[in-house]
Design a protein around this ligand. Structure first.
Ligand SMILES: Nc1ncnc2c1ncn2[C@@H]1O[C@H](COP(=O)(O)OP(=O)(O)OP(=O)(O)O)[C@@H](O)[C@H]1O
Length: 308
C-alpha cells in the first residue's frame, strides 16, 4: 500500500553561483497529500518545476511512477501542475479555456469538460470571461486545467496564496475531493501552515534549498507532544493535588498555566478531581503544539513569523 510515487535523489538546481535547491532526497507516498513547507525563496517553486519537467536539474535524480529520464518524459501527461500564475486566456470562458487544453491533449470525450468544471466548482460560470473571475475562481480554473488528461500526480505551488477565507475553503475542498475520490497524489506548497495542516498527510520542510525533514502527520502529532493544558489563577495550588493524584510529569509554565504530560485520555477525570479538591480551574484542555511552532523551532525561526 505504501508505494512511493515520487522519489528524488540528491536533486540540485544551481543558478550561477546560487544554489536554489540543494541535494534534495524526497519521497511521496501514493495517495498522499504532501505539504511542502518553506520560507520565501526556500526553493519550493524550483523543486516543483523540476518535478514537473519545467526546469532541468543541475544534478541528482528524479523518479516518478518508477520511471526516470526519457521514460518519465514520455508520461508527463500523468503529472498535472499549477505552478506560479495559471495560464488562462482572459477573453475566454472557463469552458473554452478547458476546451483549448483538451484539444491540445487530443481529448474529445463528451461531458469531459463539464466534469472538470464540476470538480472545481465552476459549473455555473457559463459564458463569463475569466478576466472577470475572482482570484479564487482563477485558481480553481488553474487546478481544472491541471486536471486535463486525468493526472495521477498533481503539483500545486501556493494555490491558496492571496485568496480570501472563502476561496481557501473552496480550494481545500477541491484538493480533498481529488485526493479522496480520484485517489490523486498531491504535492502542495504553501506558507499558510495552519491551512496545510488541515489537509496534508505528509510534510517536507525545505530551508535554504535543503530538505531538512520529512515527516508524516502521525509522526508530527507525536513529536508535537500532546499535553493537558490547565489554566488556573494559582498554579502552586495545583501542585500538591497533582502529587496526590500520582501525576509526576507536569510543568508550571507561567503564573496562569500548568501543563500535564500524562493521562491524556483521562482529562475529564483530572478536571473533576482538581475541582473536587477545590482548585481554581478556569480551563482544562488537551492540546498539541501547532505545526507553525514546530516549523519555527526546526528552522531556528522562532521570534518572527515571516516563514513564507
Ligand atoms: N530562474 C532563476 N534564476 C536565478 N535565480 C532563481 C531563479 N529562480 C529562482 N531563483 C532563486 O532561487 C531561490 C529559490 O527560489 P524559489 O522560487 O524556488 O523559492 P520558493 O521557496 O518557491 O519561494 P517563493 O515562495 O518566493 O516562490 C531564490 O533565491 C530565487 O531568487
Amino acid at each position: 500500500m505504501n508505494q512511493t510515487i515520487v522519489r528524488t535523489q540528491g536533486l540540485t538546481k544551481q543558478y550561477g553561483h546560487h544554489r536554489a535547491v540543494s541535494r534534495i532526497s524526497m519521497h511521496v507516498r501514493k495517495g498522499a497529500v504532501y505539504g511542502l513547507i518553506g520560507r520565501n525563496g526556500a526553493g519550493k517553486t524550483t523543486f516543483l518545476k523540476m518535478l514537473a519537467g519545467l526546469a532541468s536539474p543541475s544534478s541528482g535524480e528524479i523518479e516518478i511512477f518508477g520511471l526516470r529520464g526519457k521514460e518519465l518524459a514520455n508520461v508527463r501527461s500523468r503529472i498535472g501542475c499549477l505552478i506560479e500564475a495559471p495560464g488562462i486566456y482572459g477573453n475566454l470562458s472557463a469552458y473554452d479555456n478547458l476546451d483549448l487544453k483538451c484539444r491540445f491533449f487530443g481529448i474529445h470525450k463528451k461531458g469531459y469538460i463539464e466534469e472538470i468544471l464540476k470538480i472545481v466548482g465552476l459549473s455555473d460560470t457559463g459564458k463569463k470571461k475569466t478576466k472577470h473571475f475572482s482570484l479564487g475562481m482563477k485558481q480553481r480554473l488553474g487546478i481544472g486545467l491541471a486536471l486535463v488528461g486525468e493526472p495521477d500526480l498533481l503539483l500545486l505551488d501556493e494555490p491558496i496564496n492571496g485568496l480570501d477565507p472563502q476561496g481557501i475553503v473552496e480550494i481545500r475542498d477541491t484538493i480533498l475531493k481529488l485526493n479522496k475520490e480520484k485517489n490523486m497524489t498531491i504535492v502542495i506548497s504553501s506558507h499558510i501552515l495552519e491551512e496545510l495542516s488541515k489537509i496534508a498527510t505528509d510534510y517536507g520542510i525545505i530551508h535554504h534549498g535543503e530538505l531538512i525533514e520529512e515527516i508524516t502527520r502521525e509522526e508530527l502529532m507525536e513529536r508535537c507532544g500532546e499535553r493537558i493544558e490547565i489554566a488556573t489563577g494559582v498554579p502552586e495550588q495545583i501542585v500538591p493535588i497533582l502529587d496526590r493524584l500520582g501525576i509526576q510529569q507536569y510543568q508550571i509554565v507561567d503564573s496562569g498555566h500548568v501543563w500535564v504530560f500524562e493521562k491524556m485520555d483521562r482529562s475529564a477525570w483530572l478536571n473533576r478531581e482538581l475541582i473536587r479538591a477545590g482548585a481554581d480551574i478556569r480551563e482544562l484542555k488537551v492540546c498539541s503544539e501547532k505545526l507553525e511552532n514546530y516549523y519555527l523551532n526546526l528552522t531556528g525561526g522562532a521570534g518572527h513569523a515571516e516563514y513564507h
